[in-house]
Design a binder for this molecule. Structure first.
Ligand code: MN
Ligand code: MN
Length: 322
């Protein structure tokens, strides 16, 4: 490990020091520590799938994404971003969730994020099903108030209830808006598509002021101009949360998920969305809904790991080497 004045942070274990397939798997081969003390950015896992409505398996997401993340190297070649020269980052392990009780689980996620924030670190959370995003937003809103939200997903996740339950992976953003965690006029849902229960399923979001960008409006084009517009609307000072449900991408590139929908975004569009967040005041990010049992090749987890790397690169203050 080389120490230079501009590079005194944790560095990923090099593939020349220990083969990438060997050693302990942590996010990006970074050190693992018990809590977020001393960190600028804390990577943490949320092994939860008790909020899912179709296929399970997202509880294995954090572990598999750690495994596939060993191939991610420290510099972004297109953006020239150098996140590990910019921030002190570590893997702080998984939230100790309760697999028999979703409500207790989301409470312990909120408590964990409270601690990350009081240590002065930004959370980048790895799910786990999308229910996990609600307690993250609850914690962040205590510090920042209502936030802007960029939400990539095949689904709006704005059901009032599912099976009579208010807390589930498909109710998260209705709760977030009702609780005032997110500012409706600065909420963007990208990639929504497929089939619904009624033709106006996405209307509730729009009624709250949100901008819905269906997948069909993204087909066959770069999303860089869309992100330019979103950045203009949100502005550089508004605390902004970024949540990426992997099922926003097409099942051809991300089959390992519980609720796949055809006609989704491409991998490169996913990268464009995250790169287009650079310049916003991101206060936290997550990547949810990877289900390794449906991911025979490991490609979904590998893509997820790369998307998480891009989130690091888009945090405010990330150094660009050009
Ligand atoms: Mn979702
Ligand atoms: Mn979804």
């Amino acid at each position: 490990m080389t120490e230079t004045p501009e590079n005194h942070f944790n560095q990923p274990l090099s593939g020349n020091q220990m083969p990438r397939f060997a050693g302990q798997a942590s996010f990006f081969r970074l050190p693992i520590q018990q809590d977020a003390e001393g960190l600028d950015v804390a990577l943490l896992g949320m092994p939860v799938d008790t909020g899912t409505s179709n296929r399970g398996g997202a509880r294995f997401g954090p572990r598999q994404i750690r495994t596939e993340s060993v191939l991610v190297r420290p510099y972004g070649m297109a953006t020239q971003a150098a996140p590990f020269d910019s921030f002190q980052v570590a893997d702080i392990g998984d939230v100790a969730v309760n697999p028999y009780n979703l409500l207790k689980t989301i409470d312990s996620i909120e408590t964990t994020i409270d601690k990350v924030l009081s240590a002065g670190a930004k959370p980048i959370s790895v799910g786990g099903d999308h229910t996990c995003t609600l307690p993250i937003l609850r914690s962040l809103a205590k510090l920042y108030g209502p936030m802007a939200l960029i939400h990539v997903d095949a689904h709006a996740d704005i059901n009032d209830e599912m099976f009579g339950e208010k807390i589930a992976h498909g109710t998260v953003f209705r709760r977030a808006l009702e609780e005032g965690l997110v500012e409706g006029s600065k909420m963007f849902q990208i990639g929504l598509r497929a089939t619904g229960y009624a033709a106006d399923d996405f209307e509730w979001s729009r009624q709250q002021g949100a901008t819905v960008i269906p997948a069909e409006d993204c087909w066959y084009q770069s999303l860089a101009p869309t992100m330019d517009k979103i950045r203009d609307i949100i502005g550089p000072d508004m605390p902004t949360y970024f949540t990426f449900d992997i099922d926003g991408l097409d099942p051809s590139v991300a089959p390992g998920t519980g609720t796949p929908e055809p006609g989704g975004l491409t991998a490169s569009q996913g990268l464009e969305i995250i790169r287009g967040c650079f310049g916003l005041r991101l206060v936290g990010c997550d990547l949810m809904e990877v289900s390794p049992p449906y991911d025979n090749s490991g490609n979904t987890s590998l893509l997820a790991a790369n998307l998480l790397f891009e989130m690091l690169c888009s945090l405010p203050g990330c150094i660009r080497r050009r």
